[in-house]
Design a protein around this ligand. Sequence first.
Ligand SMILES: [Zn+2]
Length: 218
Amino acid sequence: MENYFSTLNNINVNGKTEKKNGLTYLSWAWAWGEVKKLHPDATYTIYENASGLFYHTDGSTCWVKTGVTVNGIEHIEYLPVMDYKNKSIPVDKVTSFDVNKAIQRSLTKAVARHGLGLYIYAGEDLPEEENTPDKKAEKIFDACVSEPSTIVKPVGDGIPGKSLKFTCADCGKTLEPIPDSNGKPIPIRAHADKSEKMFGRVLCLDCIRKINSENANR
Ligand SMILES: [Zn+2]
């Protein structure tokens, strides 16, 4: 049986995201529906504080703590309660609306740790200066070098010993070998497979950068 993470990770989330204030979000209701379809026993938890409130506070800022259990594995996510500029809201200004929003984002992120829509968060944990769209694309593709490639069929000859040709689904350009962040070329086939897994289609690096810059400023 296929690894449950890969199954969730392979679900195409394109068209299920929405953009708010420069950030990309996956709809929690949709994400949870997808998880429950495959894992009817999946559960989620919103952790209360000692006073039974849905947020935790250090006296100045607040955060929420949520957990999503799939396949017997719980991933816990802490998220600050933030305003529309993604700045922490002081505890005396926080509303139930703000807390509810943070809970949904936090749960969606916990689901992503199980695979679903994880690419939306790719690069988020990187330090600021490394978090440019270009660097992000490179980091993502660094991860693919070691993976065996089996998914994507090349177009064109595909004859062993001859070079395989892959075409970008968005712009039609033939894929060129691209260097990873250490300047080592990434095999085209590995690139194509990874792209297929992450974006549901084969994309050239330029088109991936375009998508990532739409998701930038996270
Ligand atoms: Zn392209």
